[in-house]
Design a protein around this ligand. Structure first.
Ligand code: F0G
Length: 343
């Protein structure tokens, strides 16, 4: 049967209201890519769940198809979100598909160009807020309490429902849950979704390694961070809305939440690119965390099945790469010139 998106495939397992009207871009069904070479080095059976291959380039599309389907079914005309970029692009695309107006609030000057361009291209009204993601989220919560505008951040329970489907897909592909799941943690919606999804699917439970950026690690520090900073702008969040649930997921699963430095994130990004998988910096934190924890012998993955979730595509944030390389060499269009530079 032709693939028709996550609600069509897993809707019977999702707690979505009867009034929902499916709005889909055929999100989900992303590849679980084996990484045998790196797996050998880490002594485990390693896979990447490449969520950057969703329609707008990030995992947000799984939650957004659910949230927008519910909103449009109840007659909402406008949706709003605060975003470090990916939620904005996803909300804009699904709102466009549904014929709704989308308003997205982003922290001033801190959103990667591929995400901002997406939100603009899909026709959202983009507003920059002088402040952090956390402040933008507070504003969005306030306006949705006072007006009929629908909130599509991951505080919205239907976002969590949709994002659970990645856990279902992993279990279907591996025929059971992996032993470890490593993923980035920002506002903590995704870790909440995966844990809830694995519990519901009853195909085993992974230990969960949630990874924050060191400059934006409220769950590791145990208190909010007023001015979060990291190159991984997607997870530049100081007060995660679902922080408690993230901590529970780590604890219940006998896993943990750790922080990695920007240098470690960029190194993991490079390692993934060396396997042919280009992800944005935030998406490399799961692998960075796995490498650091195994090197420190804090976790033992020997002989285990490990899934690293790569949440967003590298094209989302090309400037991280382009700003750090010299413009490619220019040669005359002759054979001799070419041989001269490649020999
Ligand atoms: N990875 C990427 C690429 C993200 O965009 C985000 C969150 C996360 C990981 C963390 O997921 O928030 O569920 O813990 N991005 C949000 C946004 C905040 O606005 O796009 P989380």
């Amino acid at each position: 049967m032709i693939y028709q998106g996550i609600i069509h495939r897993y809707g019977h397992l999702l707690d979505l209201p009867a009034h929902s009207k499916t709005v889909s871009l055929l999100e989900g069904n992303t590849p679980l890519i084996p990484l045998p070479r790196l797996g050998k080095e880490l002594n485990c059976e390693l896979y990447v769940k490449f969520e950057g291959l969703n329609p707008t380039g990030s995992f947000k599309d799984r939650g957004m198809t659910a949230a927008i389907s519910e909103a449009v079914g109840r007659g909402a005309e406008t949706v709003i979100c605060a975003s470090t970029g990916n939620t904005a692009a996803s909300a804009a695309a699904y709102a466009a598909r549904a014929g709704l107006r989308a308003i997205v609030l982003i922290p001033e000057g801190k959103v990667a160009i591929g995400k901002l361009a997406g939100a603009v291209a899909y026709g959202a009204q983009v507003i920059q807020v002088k402040g952090s993601f956390d402040e933008a989220l507070s504003l969005v919560v306030e306006i949705t309490q006072k007006t009929p505008i629908a909130l599509v951040n991951s505080i919205n329970p239907f976002r969590i429902e949709g994002q659970k489907t990645s856990a279902f897909e992993i279990c279907d592909d591996l025929t059971s849950a992996p032993d470890w799941l490593c993923l980035p943690v920002g506002n903590a919606g995704n870790i909440t979704s995966y844990w809830s999804g694995f519990k519901q699917y009853e195909e085993g439970l992974p230990q969960v390694l949630g990874v924050q950026a060191a400059g934006a690690a409220p769950l590791v520090l145990g208190h909010p961070v007023a001015k979060p900073e990291t190159i991984a702008t997607a997870i530049r969040i100081g007060k995660p809305a679902r922080g408690e649930q993230a901590l529970s997921a780590a604890e219940e699963s006998n896993g943990k939440i750790i922080a990695v430095t920007d240098e470690e994130i960029l190194l993991a990004q490079k390692i993934l690119a060396g396997e042919g998988i280009w992800v944005e910096p935030a998406s490399a934190t799961g692998l960075a965390g796995l490498i650091i924890e195994t090197a420190r012998r804090s976790i033992n993955v020997k002989g285990k099945r490990v899934v690293v979730v790569c949440t967003g595509h590298g094209l989302k944030d090309p400037s991280v790469i382009t700003e750090s390389f010299e413009s490619p060499e220019i040669i005359p269009a002759t054979y001799d010139a070419l041989i001269g530079v490649i020999a």
